[in-house]
Design a protein around this ligand. Structure first.
Ligand SMILES: [Zn+2]
Length: 152
């Protein structure tokens, strides 16, 4: 089963597998992609509402990986739905891919190259500004916290 995020509807992701999504995704869609959602719902797409325990589990994982700040409520619930349904999450979002990976949820990417990209992230010290290729708890030079920088 595939769980589709809004980018899957926008990019017209096709599959012969059973699909699922969450109601919040519909609110992010307009025009053609919204019609696509309605058509897929009409032809049997499963609309899933993940339970609170799973949603909290995803939030905890996202907090640990430093992704929580950039994830919307919709993003968190999509990862939770994929986890509950034992489904593959279809998304282009790096942070969602990262959290899904942490929870052993499979990810399929639509328009980008995917999870391998996480190796290219850089971590920058909030104190002295030095950059590191690997995540560390603290800057080894000045002891300040590191924050992730997205590759440009
Ligand atoms: Zn530093």
């Amino acid at each position: 089963m595939y769980v589709l995020d809004s980018s899957a509807f926008i990019h017209d992701f096709h599959t012969t597998e059973q699909t699922a999504t969450i109601p919040l995704v519909r609110e992010e869609l307009e025009d053609e992609s919204a019609y696509r959602y309605d058509a897929m719902e009409g032809s049997g797409m499963h609309i899933h509402i993940p339970n609170e325990d799973t949603t909290e589990k995803v939030e905890r994982a996202a907090r640990e990986s430093g992704d929580l700040d950039v994830l919307s409520d919709t993003d968190v619930r999509l990862v939770a739905a994929s986890f509950e349904l034992d489904a593959t999450l279809v998304t282009d979002d790096y942070a969602m891919q990262n959290v899904a990976e942490k929870l052993n949820v499979g990810v399929e990417v639509i328009a980008r190259e995917g999870i391998d990209e996480q190796r290219h992230w850089k971590y920058q010290c909030q104190g002295c500004g030095r950059e590191f290729d690997e995540e560390k708890d603290r800057c080894p030079i000045c002891g300040s916290e590191l924050a992730r920088k997205n590759p440009s």
